[in-house]
Design a protein around this ligand. Sequence first.
Ligand code: ATP
Ligand code: MG
Length: 291
Amino acid sequence: MTPDLMESGAQRFAKSHGIVLAEQTESGGRSAGYGRPTVQGEVDVAHGRILYLEDVNVSFDGFKAINKLSLDIAPGELRCIIGPNGAGKTTMMDIITGKTRPDSGTVYFGSTIDLLRHKEAEIAQLGIGRKFQKPTVFEQLTVFENLELALKTDKGVKPSMFFQLDSAQSDRLAEVLQTIHLAASVNRMAGLLSHGQKQWLEIGMLLMQDPKLLLLDEPVAGMTDEETARTAELFLTLKGKHSLMVVEHDMSFIRTISEIVTVLCDGSVLAQGTLDEVQADERVIEVYLGR
Ligand SMILES: Nc1ncnc2c1ncn2[C@@H]1O[C@H](COP(=O)(O)OP(=O)(O)OP(=O)(O)O)[C@@H](O)[C@H]1O
Ligand SMILES: [Mg+2]
């Protein structure tokens, strides 16, 4: 099939499923991939990757924030990303979630979904949840109401005035409450929670949408040691059911949760391996961990 035919096929499919394709990107000097756009629930991981970045580049005013970045993540994997300030960790998440468009490169979700053809809201709908550093819960609402609200933003749900949880959604909410250790605080105003609990609530709000991939940017910053330990437990329970990409500077936290650690520096992968392996790498010691 010619690229033209595939392109028109992709557009027809998108139209019939109510998906708006982004403007064509310029990855590699051609319009980006002709992969079939997919509705939520279908992510093709037959090739053993939930996320795939190849040769991604982004410049801000001539400064290369992301430089030939290639990386992939397996389904159910918990990948840790470390690296010095300004390495491009947050920018990488901006690219995956459609907040920033790369100048060139390939970014796939599973083997068929070209993320560069989707807008930020669509990418969230496709099953990629993102947690920013600062907790953004609704302080005036209860824990329950915050979790309920996370469902209301889901497309296809009845208008919010008439919104009522169905039994599957109630079950999901109860399960998420247990997972995030907030069952005992279900009717508590979110504003009264500790910093760590707010972070967990926000993760819970993401979990309500049952994301395939969760991107977490410095999730334990500002947490107490006990909260950090509980967050490590939480991530270990999420692993397998979801794929996780965790950016952190807290090395003892990374040690508790990590399998493969990727070290970013100057917008590309400097080293990758177990924490022990990357900590022993001279280049990593030089730029990040210090002597
Ligand atoms: N929108 C933007 N405009 C201009 N420069 C930007 C923009 N976003 C990021 N940068 C620059 O790109 C580089 C990478 O920033 P980024 O925030 O991705 O680093 P980081 O690895 O997340 O660092 P940190 O560990 O401090 O959070 C930095 O030099 C930053 O100043
Ligand atoms: Mg950052």
